[in-house]
Write a protein that binds this ligand. Sequence first.
Ligand code: FNR
Length: 181
Amino acid sequence: MKVVGISGSLREKSYNTIVLRLILKRFEGLGVEANMLPISTFPLYNPDERIVAKAIVDDANRQIANAHLVIFTLPEYNHSISGPLKNAIDWLSEPYMSSVFKDKPIALIGVAPSPVGSARAIAHMKTIMGSLLARLYNRRDLVVGEIHNKVDEEGQVKDAAFQEMLEVYVRELKDWLRINS
Ligand code: FNR
């Protein structure tokens, strides 16, 4: 079983990237191959530049096609997903109605210092992924607010309830995958 993780933040000390690493590490602990797919390499979306972007887009499409699950961690900017993430998704959204996300199991996690934890970004992402006909893990969106109280900047979890939440989330998500694949 293979999992690909995509963080919507380019920030070096991004909380979303920290939480994604924590999740992927737990999948690895359950014997699942887990890799992060960076979005910083995608140029600004311009269909005229398809040839320039081809190697990056082809590689990302290959990684996602080979994955049983794609996990997104979503920073929220102005009540929506980040521009860099939308940019990468736009590159990966072709061919129309049969992109790499069609029927792909995906899970959404929203992480923010605010108490509402990127919930609105998750809602927007559901619309975007719905348009690409992805298969959403709807049992539980992991909405993580007040993240600065739960992990430190080095990625150490400092909250026992959050630690437990991560373990349960990964176990349930893996069960869902097993049942659905
Ligand atoms: C934010 N932030 C933010 N947070 C939130 O919960 N809802 C929002 O709409 C916004 N909007 C927003 C706009 C701009 C321009 C900035 C700079 C910040 C805060 C944001 O969630 C916070 O900076 C996170 O830490 C970003 O995620 P990473 O980079 O830590 O993963």
